[in-house]
Design a protein around this ligand. Structure first.
Ligand SMILES: NC(=O)c1ccc[n+]([C@@H]2O[C@H](COP(=O)([O-])OP(=O)(O)OC[C@H]3O[C@@H](n4cnc5c(N)ncnc54)[C@H](OP(=O)(O)O)[C@@H]3O)[C@@H](O)[C@H]2O)c1
Length: 257
């Protein structure tokens, strides 16, 4: 039996991942701060699907509380799927952001998933299988739509996923970045926003079910709302055309004095 560790499993996208992965027969390790919510979900899913469920209560931005999660990723029974989902948003623009809040957000959205992936990856490579799912955001590709640092944290996760996939796919480890657009969860209210003002919100079950279809197809990047995959393919093609110009020892003509 395989085991999946889901961070931020107490609500929203992470809770639906937990539900779907339990229904697929995976044992689970559920991580978040809200112990009561995690325990309720664990009991429900254990009863419904007969899978074993561990709960780790942790504020992942706290070094001491992160440690047991890192240790779990390096112990037995092995974690076969890591879903790096816990995350938050920060409202307001960069100029008025509180540096303490920014520090916390970078830790939660950037440093924590990096350290968790790092703890998980060695065993996965040794076993020749495993998967890391990073929940990024479409804002990684359109940062102009989002003031402040949230989009930048998500763009880091997309880039990390792409470079990690290049490193470990041939070693049997699947890395997937999921880029949701607006999805109906608590994230807006938690950041002091109002989801009723957001147009075209996707239901969280639809988002996760689509992401899991992309997972089963071993996609590296899954963007559930994009209707035509050709749009993503031409974006990637444009990146390739740009990259072809990177291997020049001289600056381009337009930059010569
Ligand atoms: N909803 C959207 O529109 C949208 C769009 C693009 C990307 N995303 C991404 O999707 C992911 C999940 O967010 P969501 O939309 O499902 O929001 P959500 O309902 O607010 O869920 C966030 C989860 O992260 C956990 N979490 C927050 N801070 C934590 C901390 N310090 N330590 C441990 N766990 C923490 C929360 O649990 P506790 O409070 O119990 O700790 C909760 O389980 C995030 O990475 C978010 O950036 C969401």
């Amino acid at each position: 039996m395989t085991t999946a560790l889901v961070t931020g499993a107490s609500s929203g996208i992470g809770a639906v991942y937990a539900r779907r992965l339990a229904a697929r027969g995976h044992n689970l390790v559920l991580v978040a701060r809200a112990t009561d919510r995690l325990n309720t979900l664990a009991e429900e899913l254990g009863d419904a699907h007969g899978v074993a469920i561990e709960v780790i209560t942790a504020d992942l931005t706290n070094h001491q509380q992160l440690e047991p999660v890192l240790q779990r990723l390096q112990s037995d029974p092995p974690v076969d799927i890591l879903v790096n989902n816990a995350g938050a948003a920060l409202s307001g623009d960069f100029a008025s952001a509180d540096p303490v809040e920014m520090d916390k957000l970078v830790r939660l959205n950037v440093v924590v998933p990096t350290l968790l992936a790092s703890a998980a990856i060695r065993g996965m490579v040794e076993r020749g299988n495993g998967a890391i799912v990073n929940i990024a955001s479409v804002l990684a590709l359109v940062p102009e739509y989002s003031p402040g640092i949230y989009a930048a944290t998500k763009s880091y996760l997309l880039t990390l996923s792409q470079s990690l996939a290049t490193e470990v796919t041939s070693k049997g480890v699947h890395v997937q970045a999921v880029l949701p657009a607006a999805t109906r969860t608590e994230i807006y209210e938690r950041a002091g926003g109002d989801i009723s003002k957001v147009p075209n919100v996707m239901e969280v079950e639809d988002l996760v079910d689509a992401a899991l279809i992309g997972f089963d197809r071993r996609e590296v990047v899954t963007i559930p709302p994009v209707p035509d995959v050709a749009a993503w393919q031409s974006f990637e093609q444009a990146r390739g055309i740009l990259a072809a110009g990177f291997s020049n020892s001289q600056p381009a003509e337009r930059y010569r004095g």
